[in-house]
Ligand binder design. Structure first.
Ligand SMILES: Cc1ncc(COP(=O)(O)O)c(C=O)c1O
Length: 445
């Protein structure tokens, strides 16, 4: 049996960690996990406050999904993508039942970033146009096309990316100067009008699609209101652009609806990208889901995209079982209800800690943004550059006290598995309370 030190040494000596200088990689180990908790190899328990990478929506080690995976591998270990399997057809059916609007046919990928790549390709093939409009403060994945579409500063240094991506300014109500002295709805309308201006400048005849996260995630849960979304829907129709909705993080109950876009019933997506919660992370899987009209186009035109592991039988079985769990355990409603409990708890923390400048999100998908001063809103850590001292203290304290979550820039993400209970929310918030108490003195009020 390897010791914790052995495990970490082997990981660090022979494997590369994502998004970090390797010397700064200081991993927690994982021995086993259940529900909202996991245990390291020394037996220390962590509350999983970010559902790992906001994907373990049904919680760890769910017996229904584990059984489905085990039974399926015993029958079929691999089938190449042109073979039809029962699980693949069933997952397609289950997805089409929960998809909003006219989304009906899934092309299966290995994860989120390739769901986005293929969504962009499908939009370009269908429209015969090239330009894709996407927000600066968004994350769509790490492969070249998806990373170019996202505006996350981590893409800098990778080179020029793919051509014909146009970035849009963000409806960031808490910080954008457009919102000063205005309500969020008033600011959102101006931001959407600016999108129209950009479409006109870029020439609608060259613009294939607008790509937006159904509910903003990694960039800080920067979500505009219905006013913005409805106007974006109208602009797509007016100028003949498709709407690609990225639900990789916000899908499958995360925000208390099946998909983030469900918060805006008047808006119809033409293509949706999903991943993460589709299997709750148990097996890698993503999908680009096409509307009836776009799918019909590919009846007579080649769908010139493919992946060796598209529709892998294990992923199909895991997807079917995971969606069954969402239904059987009413997890979408549960996420909505727990979201209210979480929001009340975060608001109580804000009363106690003036460092909390803003709270955003819905369901099990909420963020707090920390500031030096509530009037100036100066962030406790900048958008570009490393952690400042207080954020490093928060990060360290959360971990010491047994919480694993995302701490990015000046934000703490609160995204537990959807199965979380009220008592577990209290437990998590108590840990955050302790961590914030340690840095209260950095407030410059
Ligand atoms: C909104 C969104 N899109 C795409 C991706 C990329 O997904 P993956 O990491 O599975 O490639 C992510 C990952 O966090 C995401 O949050």
């Amino acid at each position: 049996m390897s010791t914790t030190a052995d495990i970490i040494r082997a990981n660090k000596e022979h494997t590369i960690a994502s998004w970090t200088a390797q010397n700064a990689w200081n991993p927690i180990t994982m021995d086993h996990a259940e529900g909202v908790y996991f245990w390291d190899t020394d037996g220390k328990r962590y509350i999983d406050w970010s559902s790992q990478l906001v994907n373990v929506n049904i919680g760890h080690s769910h017996p229904h999904v584990i059984k489905a995976i085990q039974e399926h591998i015993a029958r079929i270990s691999y089938a190449f993508p042109s073979i039809a399997t029962e699980a693949r057809g069933r997952l397609g059916e289950l997805l089409s039942e929960i998809m909003p609007g006219k989304l009906s046919k899934a092309f299966f990928t290995n994860g989120g970033t390739d769901a986005i790549e293929n969504a962009i390709k499908a939009a370009r093939l269908f429209t015969g146009k090239q330009k894709i409009l996407a927000r600066y403060r968004s994350y769509h994945g790490a492969t070249f096309g998806a990373a170019t579409a996202g505006g996350d500063p981590r893409r800098h240094g990778h080179g020029p990316g793919i051509p014909d991506i146009i970035h849009l300014p963000d409806p960031y109500a808490y910080r954008s100067p457009v919102y000063r002295g205005r309500t969020q709805e008033e600011g959102d309308l101006i931001m959407a009008d600016m999108v129209e201006e950009i479409i006109l400048m870029e020439d609608p005849k060259l613009c294939a699609a607008i790509l937006l996260e159904g509910y903003s995630g990694t960039s800080g849960v920067l979500q505009p209101t219905e006013v913005y979304w409805n106007r974006i829907g109208e602009l797509c129709k007016k100028y003949g652009l498709l709407l690609i909705v990225d639900e990789v993080m916000s899908g499958f109950g995360r925000t208390g609806e099946w998909f983030g876009i469900n918060h805006y019933p008047a808006v119809e997506a033409d293509i949706m990208a999903v991943a993460k919660g589709i299997t709750s992370g148990y097996v890698p899987l993503g999908a680009a889901i096409l509307s009836e009209e776009i799918s019909a186009y590919f009846n007579d035109h080649p769908f010139s995209m493919g992946l060796t592991y598209s529709a892998h039988p294990l992923a199909m079985a895991a997807g079917v079982a995971t969606i069954e769990v969402y239904h059987q355990e009413n997890l979408i409603e549960h996420s909505r209800e727990m979201g209210k409990v979480l929001r009340r708890g975060l608001m109580d923390l804000a009363e106690k800690h003036p460092l909390i400048g803003d709270i955003r999100g819905a369901g099990c998908h909420q963020v707090i943004e920390l500031v030096k001063n509530r009037d100036t809103r100066e962030p406790l850590s900048p958008w570009v550059g490393g952690f400042t001292e207080p954020m490093a203290i928060v990060n360290k304290t959360l971990r010491e006290e047994g919480m694993s979550t995302f701490v990015r820039w000046n934000m703490i993400f609160n995204c537990p598995p959807l199965v979380v209970t009220e008592a577990q929310i209290k437990e998590g918030l108590d840990i955050i309370d302790h961590a914030l108490t340690k840095i209260d003195s950095y407030y410059e009020g």
